[in-house]
Design a protein around this ligand. Structure first.
Ligand code: NDP
Length: 331
């Protein structure tokens, strides 16, 4: 199996020298194990945090070990009940071409006509579930709410906007980092208004997009975006803190928003979450998303890199905004 290993911990932006490609020989299958040929690998922002040696909600990647992450593949060989060669499975042994381990780590999924297997890493998987949980369970979305989402053209953000609209939001606004992405938000994902944060003046642009203020903020970015949202909140507003990608490659702790007192004076609820603690919502999410996709109510985009050898580059490109929708690697 060819795998990508972490060999040193990045300071700031990761560089190719932090990684190496290694070929390892897999042992014969033990009882209860499966061997899987990976077809798509996920690259996700949280992986940057796991490259640091710090306490977090998932342990750091080990040096000299293969990285891990979401992947979807096909069973090559099985010594386990319930999985047979050809079955499609979703699992966590990404960053390699062939994965092997106990069957309990591999979830069998259906091959759906017209739907690429990569959908299980995005619109039918972790990132869309994050949008669903964050809006409904964490932000407590209510009919008529004005919703603002940052990172709106990414895997999570593009789902937040569409789910909010389908769940009765009154107005949905988003920010992203290019004029092409901003155009997609309103033309394809159904946002009512959108702006490019790289044009500056976030508070002013947010006010123009949501003149009546916001009720829900879904934060993928942190920093200046969170500060702008705190300034735009109506009384009783609710923020779901999902990520802070503007800070993942920072070498110094980022200053907090300067207007935290608005949380007090406007009676705001600000709550962080990680989707792994809310997986009990997966069945309801999957059923609803399947229906929406079938009706064409939800659309999704993927940015697809080709080949295991381009996985590091795909990861870095995603961190820099090179993706629209979910970034995946096709093997
Ligand atoms: P995306 O598909 O959104 O890709 C990352 C995007 O972040 C880039 O495309 C880029 O878009 C944007 N970005 C990068 N740097 C900055 C910056 N300095 N300021 C603003 N935007 C920036 O990734 P995901 O959808 O997978 O993840 C989105 C967020 O959700 C991340 O913060 C991630 O950590 C978080 N997350 C949290 C989970 C949880 O359980 N809490 C689960 C999954 C994701 P642009 O061109 O617009 O700059």
């Amino acid at each position: 199996s060819t795998q990508i290993q972490l060999v040193s911990r990045p300071t700031g932006w990761p560089v190719p020298e932090n990684f190496r490609t290694a070929v390892v020989e897999l042992p014969a299958l033990a009882a209860g194990e499966v061997r899987v040929s990976n077809e798509f690998l996920s690259v996700d922002p949280y992986m940057r945090g796991r490259m640091n040696d710090v306490r977090s909600y998932v342990p750091p990647f080990g040096l000299g070990e293969a990285l891990t992450g979401g992947a979807v593949g096909r069973v090559l060989e099985s010594a386990a009940d319930g999985l047979a060669p050809g079955d499609v499975v979703v699992h966590q042994l990404g960053w390699r071409d062939v994965a092997q381990g106990p069957a309990a780590g591999f979830r069998k999924v259906a091959e759906l006509p017209g739907v690429p297997l990569s959908a299980y890493l995005g619109v039918l998987g972790m990132t869309a579930l994050t949008a669903w949980v964050g809006l409904r369970e964490i932000a407590g979305l209510r009919a008529g709410d004005t919703v603002f989402v940052s990172g709106a053209a990414g895997a999570v953000g593009s789902m937040v906007g569409q789910i909010a609209r389908l769940q009765g939001a009154g107005r949905v606004v988003g920010s992203a980092g290019s004029s092409e992405k901003v155009a997609l938000l309103t033309s394809r994902y159904g946002f009512d208004a959108a702006f490019n944060y790289k044009d500056g003046d976030l508070p002013g642009q947010l006010e123009a997009a949501a003149p009546g203020g916001i009720d829900v903020y879904f934060d993928n970015v942190g920093g200046d975006h969170l500060e702008a949202a705190l300034g735009a909140f109506n009384d009783g507003g609710r923020a779901a803190l999902c990520g802070a990608i503007s800070q993942y490659n920072s070498t110094e702790p980022a200053p907090g928003p300067r207007n935290m007192a608005n949380i007090v004076t406007r009676g705001l609820s600000v709550r962080g979450f990680t989707v792994g603690n809310h997986t009990e919502h997966f069945p309801a999410f999957a059923a609803q998303m399947g229906e929406w996709l079938g009706r064409g109510d939800v659309v999704f985009d993927e940015t697809v890199a080709e080949g295991l050898e381009n996985t590091v580059e795909a990861f870095l490109s995603m961190l820099a905004g090179g993706n629209t929708g979910k970034m995946v690697v096709r093997l």
